[in-house]
Design a protein around this ligand. Structure first.
Ligand SMILES: Nc1nc2c(ncn2[C@@H]2O[C@H](COP(=O)(O)OP(=O)(O)OP(=O)(O)O)[C@@H](O)[C@H]2O)c(=O)[nH]1
Ligand SMILES: [Mg+2]
Length: 328
């Protein structure tokens, strides 16, 4: 085991894609080796810039990820791509399709691509994504693009790992009120209206602009005003403008030292909290066999012999008891 860890650390540092793949698998498996590798790699992280790409299914996230990747490669930058699917415990058809479509990129030594699915993991996909970006960072990727399908809470947590988040909408995403209701508005630092070749792009652009104006008024002085970038992903249109918007946001975050420091702190706090939460759940649920006890005692609740509130208290005290005993 020890050897595995050493080999993985050295391999990742030396740009060996096989070692990186092995490390990412360890992370997905939530293994102790994976954490040791990450611990050793940590001093070499902090260089990559992370961009989250989220939005409703089929809005063009993969198309734009691919486009951004090609533009970055043309500048000589290296790119890591994580395709994350919170909704499915398996790598879904869409991601698989993307993989085939993106094979042109896969042959490029400056690109590393990986899809990640939740596998029903309690530890949380956000934590696994966070860790995966750290491995890619230590591997030397200049940019990490994190594509996530969907727009729910877990997707937001996944893209929360990113420095800049793109919210990809399309003319069919509905009117402003629908977008508001879907909880989409607070999500992005950059709004992309993809499929601008279709009817209604200018309409949705105006509505989003108005909504952003209203939201911005409630923000503190000097807050970032999210730009709206129209794109036609399938025709490679708008990619440069999108990259320029990302660079502007990056500059916004990094040029003011005070803001940059605050941001780093916030990031570290988020990362720690995500990890801690994931580990707590994993330990309580997994190692301490709470699930077995849960199943054993469920019938008591069904028969109304005990209330769920009392049962939860009782299960938790069992967990703490066992943890204490395990620790001593
Ligand atoms: N008309 C039009 N079609 C586009 C555009 N961009 C992407 N598409 C098409 O829209 C479909 C979905 O694109 P993807 O990039 O796979 O979308 P996605 O958001 O990654 O999809 P999921 O990962 O399944 O949620 C594909 O058939 C694309 O060819 C665009 O600008 N205009
Ligand atoms: Mg996709």
């Amino acid at each position: 085991m020890r050897m595995d860890v050493e080999a993985a650390v050295a391999g990742v540092r030396n740009g060996d894609k096989r070692a990186l793949a092995r490390t990412l698998s360890m992370i997905e498996d939530e293994s102790a080796e994976g954490r040791t590798v990450l611990d050793r790699l940590y001093p070499f992280t902090g260089q990559a810039y992370k961009v989250g790409i989220t939005g409703p299914p089929g809005s063009g996230k993969s198309t734009l990820t691919d486009l951004l990747c090609r533009l970055l490669r043309a500048r000589g930058e290296t790119v890591g791509i994580l395709a994350v699917d919170p909704s499915s415990p398996f790598s879904g058809g869409a991601i698989l399709g993307d993989r085939i479509r993106m094979q042109t990129l896969a042959g490029d030594p400056g690109v590393y691509m990986r899809s990640m699915a939740s596998r029903g993991s309690l530890g949380g996909l956000a934590a696994a994504t966070q860790q995966a970006t750290e491995a890619l960072d230590a591997f030397g990727c200049h940019w990490i693009l994190i594509e996530t399908v969907g727009v729910g809470q877990s997707e937001m947590e996944v893209v929360g790992v990113a420095d800049t988040t793109l919210l990809v909408l399309v003319p069919e995403s509905g009117d402003g009120v629908q977008i508001m209701k879907a909880g989409l508005m607070e999500a992005g630092e950059i709004y992309v209206i993809n499929k601008y070749d279709r009817e209604g792009g200018d309409r949705i652009e105006k509505e989003i602009h108005l909504l952003l104006g209203v939201l911005h008024e409630r923000m503190p002085e000097g807050a970032w005003f999210p730009p709206i970038v129209p794109t036609v992903g399938i025709r490679d249109e708008g990619g440069e403008a999108l990259l320029a918007a990302i660079e502007r946001h990056r500059a916004f975050l990094t040029t003011d030292p005070e803001r940059a420091r605050g941001r780093r702190e916030e990031r570290a706090r988020d990362a720690l909290r995500t990890l801690l939460r994931a580990r707590l759940l994993e330990q309580a649920w997994g190692h301490l066999r709470i699930e077995e006890r849960f199943d054993q005692r469920l019938p008591e609740v069904v028969r109304r012999e005990i209330s769920p509130y009392r049962l939860v208290d009782s299960l938790l005290s069992e967990v703490w008891d066992r943890m204490e005993r395990g620790a001593s």
